[in-house]
Design a protein around this ligand. Structure first.
Ligand code: M6R
Length: 615
């Protein structure tokens, strides 16, 4: 979704802002623009397409140099990705410039009202009304922060706004409601951005802004108020990763780098969460043990890949704690009037911590009295801030739109949570917990081993690049893995890919099988759960008999699958519930390679945004 950068300080604002926008490119966008205050005026440039187009425009028609500026990458909602609809938007006098992330729901009425007062609006966006309203308010109050507060009170919907005014040339003002905005605090310079990656090269001191707050930035300081002008409470935090973590580090794509980082991400997420005696110490779970003991239901809400992590978590939670667990797409959750109460524990899983559907679901849950625990990767983001507790994943920055290391760490966090619930409620003995924790601790190395054997998977992906459809099958925790494999392929390779529970095949999907159709089958561990294993071996035979080309992901030592596998991908043997930690990895590599072979942009697939901050 849109990326926003604001800067005030001693450097060239244009350089800082454009570099910041580059670091936000991963969010997904289709146009970009900047505005700089200089020589008593305001200079702006904007272009549809990628940042290179804007940079070309700036090279051909340079802007005056200044040290206060704002910038934006736009993911189109209202109006197509044209130059005119790109941000910043200016008032008719060209004195105020504003950039926006979110949707202003009452923009049509405001637009009409402005037109009646003689304003000429030049774009199809919802944002442009804000520039005109700010100009009007500024002309009466003479202060941009106050003008912003007055305007925000009139807006419905979700918005992060950042603005500058030529008549107050040392100030950048931001506002947020339901959309992300973080402050970077430097020495004699300050930053505003959609996320910390935009300013991490300059400072690692940050402030998270709360709901309905306005922030005024000067070189000297940062002032935050609510929409009424009262001083607001904010939380300062230190960003614990540096700029190099957000670089490609020699890989062709961020996605590849992030796949390779998974062993470390898994290990980091386990770090410090087990004491010397093997007991789990999840200090961040600030929900009292008594409440966790009383919980009669767990409800997981999430979207996309995080939803798949939730589906896997359900198996662990129910098996280890015997608490019923539901998993729901966050976008569907609140609209079906879910049954929640004080004994419901809602778990909101989100890499970005900004996904609007998940945020709305957790708000709904809290309104119904449920306790909400966030599993999140992004410090300072909205979802953990609005939850009762948070279990951070320590994946580091995930830049590629396709989620990989965040997924594996979400699984680790969910396993820890399930074990913790088992510990608190006494449904798991200490030695059982220690045994699983030992397996979890080994999983980083196992992922490493999987990564070392991926060349045949890459070759296979290249050989299938011309295919139209690939299907994925799994059972038990392998079913969400199949869904995740299909999602990765859809979003990266733009192919028809579907995941099915293998047992459902005969209820319809088997009709899709035809000669040489590639079908990936995630085979459960043969140990301990032989019924499940035997059944999927039968499923493989059924599809092979109908012409499918079978790509089988099975544990080392599982010989039963060998006769029926056209392609065999081995993963280390793990306890059944933990198998997704290893079986997902080949599917990530497969999708990445296949997308590359099709000439697709791996890190920024078409139409997609990294964090989906609108419903
Ligand atoms: O930031 P979140 O984890 O809340 O994002 C949820 C989904 O938008 C995300 O997982 C999406 O499905 C990924 N692009 C999948 O790779």
């Amino acid at each position: 979704m849109c990326g926003i950068v604001g800067y005030v300080g001693g450097q060239s604002a244009l350089d800082v802002v454009v570099a910041g926008l580059k670091r936000l490119e991963y969010r997904g966008y289709d146009s970009a623009g900047v505005a700089v205050l200089a020589d008593g005026g305001l200079a702006a440039a904007k272009k549809s397409g990628k940042l290179v187009h804007l940079e070309k425009e700036l090279a051909e028609r340079p802007l005056a140099a200044g040290s206060v500026g704002i910038g934006h990458t736009r993911w189109a909602t209202h109006g197509g990705p044209t130059d005119a609809n790109a941000h910043p938007h200016l008032d008719n006098a060209g004195r105020v410039a504003v950039v926006h992330n979110g949707i202003i729901e009452n923009f049509a009425a405001l637009r009409e009202e402005l037109a009646e007062r003689g304003h000429e609006l030049l774009s199809e966006t919802d944002t442009e009304v804000v520039a005109h309203l700010l100009a009007e308010e500024f002309s009466s109050v003479g202060d941009l922060a106050e003008a912003m507060r007055l305007v925000c009170r009139r807006l419905d919907g979700a918005f992060t706004l950042v603005a500058v005014h030529a008549d107050q040339p040392d100030v950048v003002v931001g506002a947020r409601r339901n959309s992300p905005l973080v402050v970077g605090v430097g020495e004699g310079e300050n930053f505003l951005a959609s996320d910390v990656s935009a300013f991490i090269a300059h400072t690692r001191s940050a402030i998270e802004l709360g709901q309905d707050q306005v922030v005024e930035l000067t070189r000297e300081g940062v002032v935050v108020t609510d929409f009424e002008g009262a001083p607001a409470d904010v939380r300062a935090f230190h960003v614990d990763w540096d700029a190099s973590a957000a670089e490609k580090g020699g890989y062709d794509h961020f996605m590849l780098k992030e796949i390779v980082e998974q062993p470390k991400a898994v290990a980091d997420t386990l770090l410090g969460r087990i004491d010397a005696s093997g007991r789990l110490t999840l200090d961040e779970v600030r929900i009292p043990d008594a409440v966790l003991r009383e919980a009669d239901k767990v409800v997981i809400v999430a979207c996309g890949t995080a939803f798949h992590a939730g589906l896997i978590a359900k198996y662990a939670i129910e098996h280890w704690t015997r608490i019923p667990c539901e998993v729901e797409l966050a976008s569907e959750f609140r609209y079906r009037d879910p049954i929640l109460g004080q004994r419901t524990l809602v778990v909101a899983i989100s890499q970005s911590g900004e996904t609007m559907d998940t945020l709305m679901a957790l708000r709904h849950a809290r309104e119904q009295g449920a306790k909400v625990l966030a599993v999140c990767n992004t410090n300072g983001s909205t979802i953990p801030r609005e939850s009762d507790a948070v279990l951070y994943t320590h994946a580091g920055p995930e830049v590629a739109v396709a989620s990989t290391k965040a997924f594996l760490t979400q699984l680790v966090a969910c396993y820890l949570l399930a074990l913790y619930l088992g510990q608190v409620r006494g449904t798991k003995w200490g030695d059982e917990i220690r045994a699983v924790v030992r397996e979890l601790a080994r999983s980083g190395e196992e992922v490493e081993r999987v990564l070392e054997t991926m060349e045949p998977v890459r070759a296979l992906a290249r050989s299938l690049a011309h295919k139209d459809t690939i299907l994925f099958l799994g059972r038990h925790v392998g079913y969400p893995v199949a869904l995740e494999g299909a999602l990765k392929l859809k979003e990266l390779a733009y192919m028809h890919a579907e995941g099915f529970a293998a047992g459902e095949l005969k209820h319809g999907p088997i009709a899709l099988i035809e000669e040489d159709l590639p079908v990936v089958v995630v085979v459960p561990s043969p140990k301990g759960r032989s019924v499940l294993h035997d059944k999927i071996v039968s499923n493989i035979q059924e599809i092979r008999a109908r012409g499918a080309r079978t790509i089988v992901i099975a544990e080392e030592g599982d010989d039963a699958v060998v006769p029926f596998a056209d392609h065999l991908v081995r993963v280390p043997a793990t306890p059944t519930l933990l198998q997704p930690l290893v079986s997902t990895v080949p599917l990530q590599v497969f999708a990445c390679e296949l997308a590359t072979a099709r000439g697709n942009e791996v890190d920024q697939p078409r139409n997609l945004a990294k964090s989906v901050t609108v419903e």
